[in-house]
Design a protein around this ligand. Structure first.
Ligand SMILES: Cc1cc2nc3c(=O)[nH]c(=O)nc-3n(C[C@H](O)[C@H](O)[C@H](O)COP(=O)(O)OP(=O)(O)OC[C@H]3O[C@@H](n4cnc5c(N)ncnc54)[C@H](O)[C@@H]3O)c2cc1C
Length: 593
């Protein structure tokens, strides 16, 4: 079954739930023409359905090959990548001064969902290139930008992000790759990186690696890490490709999913050292890398949304075709009904759709906040938006990738035994989704970031500002007196109260009793996602009721389902955080006793 981008849902989420329309009307997007959004998404949807979706299974079945130091991608992939760059898709949000279209990150976020839904292993390559563009644009020298930025923006060359080493995963500060200063101002890198996505491939002539390494006299830990640009082929003064640089793929991983995305071990220094160019200042690499990682974290959250939507579409289609049993009350001789008549299947599909919609809006709202932080003219607006973007980023990453996994799991379930058989494709979504809560900082690390940095910043100012806004939405739902909302207002009200109390409880302990705060980080992030997501869906339902959007009752019903079935879990999640810490911290008696 092919993929159709759900343009109407995406526009409602982007403009109303995520607040793009209000931000445009407030002038934060300058002269951006909001009418462009629908046209861009329609075209992206066509490209995804026609070019990327048909290659999803081909990539899964063929995988990639490493031979003679070169990685070959699956049949049809280099051609699809060529069409991707020719269509300008790599350059959607790239800086205009380097050939990009300069469109908002929010529009690119919606496109990223589309690429991930149609072919997540393909979309991962430009996702990392986009992060590389951000880091180079923000921290690189003019000279490096002149040589590399335009080619990365157009997609003529791709980018990689190289942090991980065998002893340095979540603990990036433990990395050992060495960088030595050369007399000409460049550096020589020696060492090995593991798990490097698209570390080598045959889709472009050159690859620009962004590598974290340590200078000989660097301080220990993250304070002694520098970021280097290391091209696969060196670039001559006239822009043509020069000698092969000393960075090679020495192995590729055999994985549970994402078979078409090469995951490489990269070796530097077998021939004297890879030539690297410093980005930013020495020992300031983590700062630069965070620019890359924040972009990539939002991108990975959108992978979760994309996979979830694809799995949902496929399950919905199957549920309308597969006949088993009869609807309650029908006679035994009346023939079998499609499984969608059964309440349990209806509930499952509603759970899939509402979780996907909530995760979508959380990701889009993150992108809108990051856009406003970069584009607004008023400094206060910019700084509040930056705090909002920082707060939402770990939720966008972790909540949405958990949703991707849950929805893909349910998608297999709706297919029954056929879900376990590869030919339906449901199993591939389930396998592909599994990496998303792990890479770009595991979801456990995202939850810790949410509690210790994002909640704790300025006494929780960013959290209180967001919760105030959610409270306004709930008031509007209650004030609408629309019986179709059912218990939505009350359930969201309870969820918000739980989130407020839990945030206060954690804030009081984050410094004084850090183990108690850390013990509840993961249920807190889920509580946050369920409450914010529920309120965002409610605001979309309100907008659909009051505008000319059509089908308002459909969106009211979706928001109501989420509030009554998902947000309703908030009080239990609150208890997990506040009452569960003691037993988590006493776990050694059980685990190691
Ligand atoms: C397919 C794939 C592609 C990848 N692509 C890239 C890439 O392009 N570039 C790159 O640099 N890396 C890449 N990675 C690496 C990925 O980012 C790491 O696997 C990830 O950050 C986790 O590190 P780790 O595997 O060492 O797990 P570990 O750090 O060993 O973590 C193991 C478990 O312990 C938990 N944990 C660790 N530390 C803490 C702590 N302080 N507090 C609480 N819990 C903790 C983690 O949450 C996790 O559950 C990729 C990995 C894979 C599998």
């Amino acid at each position: 079954m092919t993929y159709q981008a759900p343009i109407k849902d995406m526009l409602l989420a982007l403009n109303h739930g995520a607040g793009l329309k209000a931000a445009v009307e407030a002038g934060h997007y300058g002269d951006f023409d909001a009418d462009l959004t629908a046209a861009v998404l329609e075209e992206a949807g066509k490209f995804a359905s026609d070019v990327l979706a048909p290659l999803n299974r081909v990539g899964d079945q063929n995988g990639i090959k490493l031979q003679d130091g070169k990685v070959t991608t699956a049949p049809g992939w280099p051609d699809a990548y060529k069409r991707w760059t020719e269509g300008g898709w790599n350059a959607v949000s790239g800086p205009e001064s380097f050939g990009g279209q300069g469109l908002p990150l929010a529009i690119n976020a919606a496109c990223t969902e589309i690429w991930s839904a149609s072919n997540v292993a393909f979309g991962l390559c430009p996702l990392l290139t986009l992060s590389a563009i951000e880091a180079l644009d923000a921290h690189g020298s003019d000279e490096l930008k002149k040589i590399y930025l335009g080619k990365l923006v157009s997609g003529e060359w791709t980018g990689t992000m190289q942090l991980t080493e065998p002893q340095a995963g979540s603990d990036v500060g433990a990395l050992r790759t060495r960088a030595e200063r050369a007399p000409d101002g460049t550096y020589r890198l020696k060492g090995a990186k593991i798990f490097i996505t698209y570390g080598d491939h045959d889709m472009t002539d050159n690859i620009v690696h962004f590598v974290l390494a340590r200078l000989p006299d660097a301080p220990a830990g993250t304070k002694g890490i520098s970021l280097f640009l290391v091209p696969k082929f060196l670039v001559n003064a006239d822009g043509s490709l020069g000698a092969r640089n000393d960075i090679y793929p020495s192995g590729v991983e055999h994985k549970l999913g994402m078979h078409a995305s090469p995951t490489c071990t990269m070796t530097m220094g077998d021939h004297g050292g890879a030539i690297g160019y410093l980005i930013g200042e020495e020992n300031q690499g983590m700062r630069c890398m965070f620019t890359m990682m924040n972009q990539a974290r939002l991108g990975v959250g959108l992978e979760g949304v994309g996979i979830a939507d694809r799995a949902y579409q496929q399950a919905l289609g199957y549920a309308q075709e597969r006949r088993q049993g009869r609807a309650v009350g029908k006679s035994a001789d009346s023939g079998s009904d499609p499984i969608i008549v059964h309440p349990d299947i209806k509930r499952t599909l509603m759970q899939m759709r509402s979780l996907t919609a909530a995760a979508r809006t959380i990701c889009y709202a993150t992108a809108v906040a990051l856009d406003v932080a970069a584009r607004a003219t008023d400094a206060k607006v910019r700084s509040e938006a930056a705090a909002r973007g920082a707060l939402l980023t770990p939720i966008a990453k972790a909540f949405s990738t958990d949703v991707g996994n849950e929805v893909a799991y349910l998608g297999v379930q709706v297919h029954g035994g056929m879900g376990f058989i590869e030919e339906t494709g449901a199993a591939q979504h389930y396998r592909d989704a599994r990496i998303t809560p792990i890479y770009e900082g595991t979801n456990g690390i995202q939850a810790i970031d949410l509690v210790t940095r994002k909640l704790a910043a300025n006494g929780g100012a960013a959290v209180w500002a967001l919760l105030d806004e959610l409270g306004e939405t709930i008031k509007q739902v209650e004030g609408s007196n629309d019986p179709a909302f059912g218990g939505t207002g009350q359930k969201l009200h309870d969820a918000l109260a739980s989130l407020t109390r839990t945030s206060r409880w954690l804030l009081e302990r984050v410094t004084s009793a850090p183990n108690d705060a850390l013990a509840g980080a993961t249920p807190y992030l889920r509580l946050f996602g369920a409450t914010v997501g529920g309120c965002y869906l409610a605001s979309e339902a309100l907008a659909a009721r009051s505008g000319s959007f059509g089908e308002p009752q459909r969106y009211v019903a979706l928001a109501r389902f989420f509030a009554e079935n998902i947000a309703v879990q908030a009080p239990s999640l609150e208890k997990s955080v506040t009452d569960g810490a003691e037993m988590v911290n006493g776990a050694d008696a059980v685990l190691l006793g």
